[in-house]
Design a protein around this ligand. Sequence first.
Ligand SMILES: *Cc1c(COP(=O)(O)O)cnc(C)c1O
Length: 369
Amino acid sequence: MVDLKSQYDKIKPEIDRNIQEVIDSTAFIKGGKVVDFQKNLENYLGIKHVIPVGNGTDALQIALMALGLKAGDEVITPTFTFIATAEVVALLGLTPVVVDVDFDTFNISVESIKRAITPRTKAIVPVHLFGQNADMEAILALAKEHNLFVIEDACQSIGSVYTFKNGETAQSGCMGDVGCTSFFPSKNLGCYGDGGAIFTNNDELAQKMRVIANHGMQVRYYHDTVGVNSRLDSIQAAVLDVKLKYLNDYIAARQRAAAFYDNAFRNNEKLIIPSRNPNSTHVFHQYTLKLKDVDRKTLIEKLQERGIPAMIYYPVPLHLQKAYRDERYKNGDFPIAERLCACVLSLPMHTELDAEQLNYIVESLLSEL
Ligand SMILES: *Cc1c(COP(=O)(O)O)cnc(C)c1O
């Protein structure tokens, strides 16, 4: 699904030099490289505060911890997504409230959010799934109307740009109160291990989140709040600081691959190509087709035989996961998410796909339909 080795080979001298500098300095934790990367990412995003942390899940957890929510407070998140958003809500003793998504864009449905808001709702956690922003203008308006926090899960969408009706633009993860991203190796900006970051323009929240990420400690060995230990290490920051320079090129490469797939599949009656939110660019963390009247399992096996990986993101919606089953929800409650789980198929998508590979994937898929 990804080719991190070919990507590394192209930037090997820079990466190796940067990592070697960290080793020579022995500043493995909170070293200068972390600060360099933090500043460079703040500039790229045009945001006041980037707080580097250990991974994307921690980023979401720390963001929620900083909001001062109480047990039983409700947090709305989509049911068609990776588990992390509901997981951190549950871990903190808050109540995850899942809602359905939009069939075309895979992203959280604003109408579905509206129906789920109660007096106990405190926050909305939209996920910019597969690399394009959710309908943020409507979500922010709804949040304002009901006095809710918005924590964006931008783990798959870093670099995606949203355009508001007045023409203003914003980077993914920089529109709500807090944005969270992951630098997991296969993410669009990936390191060589685990990593994540929190974004905010709110000085007070930024300070709280920095303290929480550092054991609730402002003055060394004095702990004012319950915190966690979550940090980006210097070697990962050294990798990320190089790759950040190429992020826009990487995005362009993904978009070219997506355009190639689109052209090949657009007119096939058994395939629905991914729709674009007209207010957002798409950075294609995943290229996800919807299959019509296709035996997905057999197709995946046939592709596998030809050496082509294809994955189901995601096979089971959150409300039907064993750990999150809840008397509030049953099969059929979120028909769009359930339908998507049954028909989605993600194809290889990364920065190193060449014409030959793309042709092979496209021809193989079309001949196995
Ligand atoms: C990857 C991912 C996460 C979690 O990031 P980690 O760094 O693996 O903890 C959270 N949400 C979404 C949508 C993701 O894709």
